[in-house]
Design a protein around this ligand. Structure first.
Ligand SMILES: [Zn+2]
Length: 321
């Protein structure tokens, strides 16, 4: 019986969540603060410290052997720093060092939030049992992560699998990242909504102009709404097919708010994949919705801490029971 716990932190632009996670993925203790995203870096760190103080005050803290952090990106795992786009006070912020000090020197592992979600889906979710997987988070942005050869593949900086900024339209629209025609520029929620509005779709009386409202219109048969989701699905399919061709994945798991559109997204996505994933070794690729929900970031940060850490194979085995 293994009783070690991992402290997990999930750091995003709106909230900082923490938990003590056991070997079954159960969240035994939780803490949360809003992210003071517009304030100074030290104020943001103060919110992280408050979350950690709640966790360390728990009687269970003594069983905690490591800390895993999943953060909005970009992150630099090799330097231990984070520069989340939506938290301007943090640029190359030495988060790993600060957290390590706050927890008395326990080992601390950092990955991007897309990699954390991937670790969660591989451990306990839709990618469980698959040795080669790409997981995507499609929401305000498009992120992702990879499992290769049965192991999480964060890459040297903790960002590998960031499919949102693969270009699938060589001369396409400029992306905020500086490139053109990125998957995110076509398939993110705001871009689905923008394209529908430009095509003449109009929000209902409630004024809701989000991708969820476009999805509802698509379900009701609105051709412009359907077309906007088809275009997003096409971009995602091209990115997934490219990834599958490069590294041979067996499954693509898709989560995030836009995946909540269900078949409005998944039906054209499966169709488009047949056009782009054509070689024999990628034709069997499965596409599935993510299942881990809002706790994926915390569960994944815990899983990443044990699978990434040097010597972490034994710890990962212990954590997976
Ligand atoms: Zn881009």
């Amino acid at each position: 019986m293994h009783t070690d716990l991992v402290a997990a932190l999930d750091i995003g632009g709106t909230k900082i969540a923490g938990a003590l996670v056991d070997g079954t993925g159960a969240l035994l203790v939780r803490a949360q603060r809003p992210t003071p995203a517009r304030e100074s870096g030290e104020t943001v760190m103060g919110a992280v410290a408050d979350v950690l103080a709640e966790l360390t005050a728990s009687p269970l803290w003594g069983r905690t052997t490591a800390v895993g952090i999943g953060s909005a990106g970009p992150v630099d795992a090799s330097a231990g720093t984070v520069s989340p786009v939506n938290v301007p006070g943090w640029r190359d912020f030495p988060l790993v060092e600060r957290v390590r000090k706050a927890v008395g020197g326990l080992p601390v592992e950092l990955v991007g939030d897309g990699v954390a979600m991937t670790a969660a889906e591989h451990w306990l979710g839709a990618a469980r049992g698959y040795d080669n997987a790409l997981c995507l988070v499609v929401s305000t942005g498009v992120g992702g992560g990879l499992v290769l050869g049965g192991k999480l593949h964060p890459g040297p900086s903790g960002n590998a699998g960031h499919i949102g900024h693969i270009s699938v339209d060589l001369d396409g629209d400029l992306c905020p990242c500086g490139s053109r025609g990125c998957v995110e520029r076509i398939a993110s929620g705001p871009n689905i909504a923008r394209r529908a509005l430009q095509g003449g779709w109009q929000p209902g009386p409630d004024g809701d102009a989000t991708a969820a409202a476009v999805a509802a219109a698509a379900r009701a048969g609105h051709p412009v709404a359907i077309a906007s989701f088809e275009r997003a699905a096409q971009a995602l399919a091209a990115g997934i097919a490219a990834t599958a061709t490069l590294v041979e994945i067996d499954i693509a798991v898709i989560g995030g708010g836009v995946a909540g559109a269900g078949e409005v997204l998944f039906a054209p996505l499966r169709r488009a994949l047949r056009s782009y994933a054509t070689l024999s070794f990628v034709q069997q690729l499965t596409v599935a919705p993510a299942v881990m929900g809002t706790d994926a970031g915390l569960v994944g940060a815990a899983a990443a801490a044990t699978s990434v850490r040097p010597g972490g194979t034994a710890a990962a085995a212990a954590l997976s029971g």
